[in-house]
Design a protein around this ligand. Sequence first.
Ligand code: NAD
Ligand code: WQD
Length: 339
Amino acid sequence: MKILLTGGAGFIGSHTAVELVKAGHEPVIVDNLYNSSKKALERLKMITGKDIAFYEADVCDPAAMDDIFAKENFDAVIHFAGYKAVPESVTKSVAYYRNNLDTTLTLCECMQKHGVKRIVFSSSATVYGPIEESPLVETMPSAGCTNPYAWTKYMNEQILRDAAISNPDWSVALLRYFNPIGAHESGLIGENPKGIPNNLMPYVTQVAVGRLPHLNINGTDFPTPDGTGVRDYIHVVDLAKGHVAACNYLEANAGVCEVINLGTGTGYSVLDVVNTFERVNHLELNKVMAPRRPGDMASYYSDPSKAKELLGWQTEKTLDDMCRDSWNWQKNNPEGYDS
Ligand code: NAD
Ligand code: WQD
């Protein structure tokens, strides 16, 4: 299939492009490079040996997107493009709603106009809201979102559910990712946050490479086995393969609209991650016990059985792999794509 990847130069999109090529599909990337670099595209060529088509465009721009849809004959869309920093979404809420909703609406209009009937959407476990009871199952109602970023994911899911009803021949997969970390084993592509990272693994790797002085372990008094927060970390290459499986599923099942968790089903604590990172990479991190971040939950992880049942997909990589590959990327690219 020829598959449009909006936001395909970013962290998850670039890894998905690799897996799509490996599976015999033809990805086409549209990205405005707001949070990514053209270097990622050069690296994709080094990994795949292919010139992946790339358009520098804003997915909110209806004219630009209409041109691209007219030129390319897409069989499916994977919609990664969006803003994703939770704290920033609180201070820049309007920009988050504008970008994260407008991209989806523009895409839906182009899909209707150009007869494209399959869409995979990057949703998030954050849509479940503050449910302190895991595993999280797709049938659980949301407990309400706690920040504008999360609401944009919640609203996008609803937009796409309704679009599937209005367009009964569409097939839609709303993929709820848990905590993606790791990098391609080549070390050529990886996570490249702008400014100081919000998420645990890029913070860990930037401390390890000497860009940040120490890691804060945020919260040591949670009701978890070691007192630190527990999450379902998933290797980005496993996650990327989940997208290939979702595209194949949509091709074989016209008319479906499904919410599907992409996680491992296993929770690891912050200390599990830090200790594993130190052990597999033979280094020691400078770390400081610090207060909880406001709003952080103690623990959540997925029930991944629906993905196995519908997509025939499950994760293969371990926490050791995630920690080794994250460090391999960062040590080879200390300043990310600007190295
Ligand atoms: P990323 O920031 O690395 O990638 C997103 C890409 O979208 C970037 O390359 C950015 O330049 C592009 N983009 C943003 N707005 C655009 C626009 N209007 N037009 C064109 N391009 C635009 O993020 P990621 O980690 O790869 O995440 C991909 C998707 O998955 C996002 O929608 C994110 O919300 C979602 N998600 C991410 C995580 C995570 O922890 N990384 C977890 C759950 C869901
Ligand atoms: C993981 C754990 C922190 C940084 C976020 C979004 C969510 C989704 C994934 C997009 C927590 C602890 C972190 C640090 C730490 N994104 N931590 N020191 O908060 O589970 O999820 O990313 O959809 O919407 O909210 O991930 O990586 O920020 O935190 O101790 O410097 O690491 O307290 O327990 P989170 P995270």
